[in-house]
Each structure stands twice: as C-alpha cells, then as structure tokens.
Design a protein around this ligand. Structure first.
Ligand code: CP
Length: 317
C-alpha cells in the first residue's frame, strides 16, 4: 500500500504490507516505552480529540498514553458531561470540536459506521476505537503484534475464537486481520451467538470447543456482550461456562506453545476460569502493554509520517 492512509476506520483499510509496516513501527515505539523517559517529540504541535460515546478502560487510556508519549496535545470529551446531554447531534458535536483546531479524532460509538460518517465531515484524521458490532482495528493490530511476538510468523497458525461472536466487533476485525496475515480461523459458539451472514466469513465454525482446542495456536475468548443483547441467547451464564468457557480441563488440552488471549474486559467464571486467566500462557497483560505501542504507531502514521515514511522512524524516535 503506497498511498498514505488518511484514516483508520476498519482493518480492511490495511493490506498485509501496511499491517507489516505498522507492526514494525510498533517495535520501535515499544522500545521507547522501555526508556526512563518514555517520550519522543514525534507529534509535538498536533492535537488529538477523544470522542468516546461508549465506555472504555483499555482503549481510551491506551490512546491517551500513546498520544502523551508522542508529545501530542489532547482534547478530552466525555459524553456524560457534554452538551450531548442537551441534545446536541453527533455532527454538531464533531463540528464544534473541529472548530477548536484538531489534527486527529479517536472515536468510539455504539453505532456501526459512526467513525466513517465523521471521516466525511472533518479534515482531521479519524481513528475508529470501536463502532458497535462492526470494527475495532487497533485491537486487532495489538492482537497481531502480541501473537507474533510470542509465536513468530502467523502463516498457517490456527486462531480459535470462542464466545459471543454475533455482537463482537473484535471478532469481525480479528477474522480479517489474522486471515490477512495467513492464519486460519475457527469460530466456536452456540448457534444463537453466531452472526447471520456467517457464510461470507472466511472461517470454519463449530459448536464444540473440545473438538478444536488441541489444534489451537491461539485460543481467543470473547465476553458475553450483554449490553448489546436484546434477548437471552443462552439459558444461563453458568451453562455457557460449562459448554463454551475455557476452564482448567480445556486449558490443559491446549498445545504447550498455545496462547490464551482476550480483548478485555474479562468476566471470570463465564468465558474464562479465573485460574486460567492467571496462567503464564494467558497474555492479556501483554496485550494491554502492546496496545500503547501499537496506538503510538497508528497515531504516528496518520498524523506524522505516513506509511511511506516509516523508514525514517529512527530519526524521530
Ligand atoms: N478491548 C477494549 O476495547 O477494552 P475497553 O472497552 O476497556 O476499551
């Protein structure tokens, strides 16, 4: 991909070469994070606004940390204390923020496609930090980076994604991202938690976790997205745990090298046993740590270098 990317709205905005370049750049920024003063002047003079219409712990704090490490200025916006409460529309809110002068906007919204609409309205670079059931591209990049740093090349690796696929933007992003990098993907869920358009997904599907767990290189768990479920999709959470949760018995069936991953937040005792979550092969903490460096790379590419200038990274880092 030679043309500089302007926004990151979907993992589909990146081909394999672009993903490789961002992951390579991430490695440089991970090194910055280990310094005694983990800060570089790469985005000095740039202003980035956070527009989070949905709750977040990891993504928001991670983007804020990334921006600070790049010396960018940030503009905080909280729906709960903003004029959204007085009925201001998304478009008017975005126009108001842009009028104050921003170079980038990081958006999380409950509606699929909201970041795409914002990208049509503003000149600033737009990063999708999660839109409804649709996409969470920076989660996928940090997942790829984490998996590669532990397993090496992902070509031919087997990613097993378990849980509430139907309501998961992470599942949609990760299926695209991992298949682009040469992995094969199997989805594991009860019939009720699989998407209606599954025949268009490049994946295998099973309802039986035990049948695929021994061949998994990565067992990727998803929480039940109760906030997006308008009806009961499983009889009880206890039953879900028994049938589809990663408990100690199933965890012992994983190959020795296999990783257990989760985008967070976890619900211990539902999709994952509490003991399993704390095992050495559970890499959720590394995912969070890597998220900062990945988001530094994404912000730098969109607001700073452009992908075609990645080779100049050492000059700024
Ligand atoms: N993985 C993730 O998006 O977590 P948050 O909802 O806490 O940002």
């Amino acid at each position: 991909m030679n043309a500089p990317i302007r926004n990151l709205l979907s993992i589909a905005d990146l081909d394999r070469a672009a993903i490789e370049q961002i992951l390579e750049l991430t490695e440089s920024f991970a090194e910055v994070g280990e310094r005694s003063i983990p800060k570089v002047p790469a985005l000095r003079g740039k202003t980035i606004a956070w527009l989070f219409y949905e709750d977040s712990t990891r993504t928001r704090l991670s983007f804020e940390t990334a921006a600070k490490r790049l010396s960018a200025d940030t503009m905080n916006f909280s729906v709960g204390t903003s004029s959204v409460k007085k009925g201001e529309s998304l478009r008017d809110t975005v126009n108001t923020i842009e009028a104050m002068g921003i170079d980038g906007v990081v958006v999380r919204h409950g509606d699929a496609g909201a970041p795409h609409r914002i990208a049509e309205w503003v000149d600033a670079a737009v990063v999708n930090a999660g839109d409804g059931w649709n996409q969470h591209p920076t989660q996928s990049l940090l997942d790829l980076y984490t998996a590669r740093s532990r397993l090496g090349d992902l070509d031919g690796r087997h990613l097993v994604v378990v849980g509430d696929i139907k309501h998961s933007r992470v599942a949609r992003s990760n299926v695209m991202a991992f298949t682009e990098m040469g992995a094969r993907v199997t989805l594991v869920a009860p019939r009720t938690l699989l998407p209606a358009d599954l025949d268009q997904w490049p994946v295998g599907v099973t309802h039986d976790l035990d049948s695929v767990i021994e061949s998994a290189d990565i067992c990727y768990l998803l929480r039940m997205q109760l906030e997006r479920q308008e009806q009961a999709y499983v009889p009880t959470l206890r039953e879900f745990h028994t049938e589809w949760g990663l408990d100690t018995r199933r965890s012992a069936m994983l190959p020795d090298h296999a990783l257990i991953m989760h985008p967070g937040p976890m619900n211990r005792g539902v999709e994952i046993d509490g003991l399993v979550a704390d095992q050495p092969n559970s890499v959720m903490t590394q995912q969070v740590t890597n998220g900062v460096a990945v988001r530094m790379a994404v912000l730098y590419v969109l607001l700073g270098s452009g992908l075609d200038l990645v080779d100049q990274r050492l000059a700024v880092a």
